[in-house]
Ligand binder design. Structure first.
Ligand code: NAP
Length: 220
């Protein structure tokens, strides 16, 4: 069976990816900041995606593995209650480190294990809030972090295409998690079931696309 690695697997969407891929019989490698504080029973590695030493350590541990699908899921919303004159800049830096720099660093650290696999796919949890064409005011911190991730991944997709490695940007929907809140539109089961179907149907010809959990293309 294929192997999937998931970042931010302690709760929310990441935790549900672990559950569903385990049920499907995949080899699942979960990563999270504090494995001891979770109920994860699969292979689990401690990984703070914003800590270069932590990323390097996981890269070294998994150097000789083959990882078919790497899901860059770990993410941070940051503060919500601010306006143009009250932007919390320190928080903005933290969110950019988590949502933009970290997935690129994790991807680089695990490039060889993914290149060695059969499927060779990097998945990135983006958001419709990162869609410039999607419109909407406020929430500069989170929006800009996901818009920047989209830009970086589109460029990355072109660079790794010659090695038959693919990249897929996914919006999970508005999902009932700690981030999405209890009023969100869909539950994690619906979101992750849909995203797994999109991943399953994906082919290298579609590298660099931005889709939602139902497979619908989204505006940049
Ligand atoms: N929920 C939504 O409606 C929604 C919509 C669009 C996009 N997304 C995206 O989907 C992804 C998952 O969101 P979610 O709703 O599941 O969020 P969540 O419930 O807030 O969970 C976030 C996950 O990311 C992990 N994480 C945060 N910073 C980390 C770090 N530095 N190192 C390692 N792990 C870290 C958290 O780990 P800890 O337990 O250690 O904090 C947690 O497992 C995110 O990228 C998010 O931006 C979500």
């Amino acid at each position: 069976m294929p192997t999937v690695l998931i970042t931010g697997a302690s709760r929310g969407i990441g935790r549900e990816f672990v559950r569903q891929y385990e049920d499907a019989g995949w080899r699942v490698i979960a990563t999270c900041r504090d494995p001891a504080g979770t109920d994860l029973s699969c292979e689990t590695h401690a990984l703070d995606v914003t800590d270069p030493a932590s990323v390097d350590a996981v890269g070294a541990t998994l150097r000789d593995e083959a990882i078919d699908v790497l899901i860059n899921n770990a993410g941070l919303y940051g503060p919500r209650d601010y306006g143009p004159n009250s932007i919390p800049y320190d928080d903005w830096e933290s969110v950019l480190r988590t949502n933009l720099l970290a997935p690129m660093r994790v991807t680089a650290a695990l490039m060889e294990p993914v290149a060695r696999s059969d499927r060779k796919l990097f998945v990135f949890l983006s958001s419709i809030m990162g869609s410039i064409g999607g419109g909407g005011g406020g929430q500069y911190i989170y929006r800009s972090s996901k818009a920047a991730l989209n830009a970086a991944v589109v460029a990355l997709a072109q660079d790794v295409r010659p090695k038959d490695i693919g990249c897929l940007l996914l919006h999970p929907g508005w999902v009932q998690t700690d981030m999405g809140g209890p009023s969100a539109a869909i539950d994690v089961v619906t979101s992750v079931t849909g995203m797994r179907q999109v991943i399953e149907g994906w082919s290298i010809d579609e590298t660099g696309v931005f889709r939602d959990y139902a497979g619908e293309p989204l505006p940049w």
